[in-house]
Design a protein around this ligand. Structure first.
Ligand SMILES: CC(C)(COP(=O)(O)OP(=O)(O)OC[C@H]1O[C@@H](n2cnc3c(N)ncnc32)[C@H](O)[C@@H]1OP(=O)(O)O)[C@@H](O)C(=O)NCCC(=O)NCCS
Length: 170
């Protein structure tokens, strides 16, 4: 399996993959399309997992902000992630996330935040965000599913405030 940057020729395949992985609904496929045409899109952070010349997984990481009264910090949000239904639970999702985090580090981003399943992401190093002074008000979510990964040591000490998902997410 190879994890690499998505290219434009694969947009339809990635659309179909998200559609299938999310139970034949278009919401996440459309979200990917909106993020790709938004300011927060970082091409190197749209990753695909390829196996035998077909795309079996996709991960999109993009820019958002954490804001307090004085400052606005650029952070990364993880959404969506999708693995082909017949290829799930083989480590593909984990490999995509690990490579995504490595790339975030290389690009100088300090935090990755997400809303996700509390039994999946903690094994990859994510932890509940609210105890670190991070807040999410745009979506009504419980403490255990709003999570953060500290890419740069010390970032959680200095970045506090409200996570603001960009317009593309709505
Ligand atoms: C979530 C998803 C990306 C994980 O990818 P994956 O390649 O299947 O995951 P991995 O192989 O790395 O990890 C497998 C483990 O995750 C668990 N897992 C998979 N999907 C899960 C989910 N939605 N919630 C909780 N746990 C999940 C599996 O049970 C397995 O656990 P085990 O190791 O204890 O057996 C994939 O299952 C998927 O595409 N699901 C449908 C779309 C979705 O829900 N995306 C996430 C929301 S943005």
């Amino acid at each position: 399996m190879i994890i690499r940057t998505e290219n434009e020729r694969e947009y339809q395949e990635v659309y179909d993959l998200n559609y299938q992985a999310f139970g034949n609904r278009e919401d996440e496929s459309k979200l990917v399309e909106r993020i790709r045409t938004s300011e927060g899109f970082v091409p190197e952070l749209s990753l695909v997992a390829e196996m035998d010349d077909r795309i079996v997984g996709h991960l999109l990481l993009s820019e958002a902000t954490v804001e307090d009264q004085e400052e606005s910090h650029t952070v990364i949000v993880l959404a969506p992630i999708a693995v082909k239904p017949d290829m799930q639970a083989r480590g593909i999702g984990s490999s995509l996330i690990q490579e995504g985090i490595k790339r975030c580090k290389d690009l100088g981003y300090e935090l990755v935040l997400l809303i996700g399943h509390p039994s999946y992401y903690p094994r990859l190093g994510f932890q509940p965000a609210r105890p670190f002074g991070l807040e999410l008000l745009q979506f009504e979510v419980s403490d255990d599913i709003f999570m953060v990964y500290e890419v740069k040591e010390g970032a959680l000490l200095k970045m506090k405030g409200e996570l603001k998902y960009p317009e593309a997410f709505f």
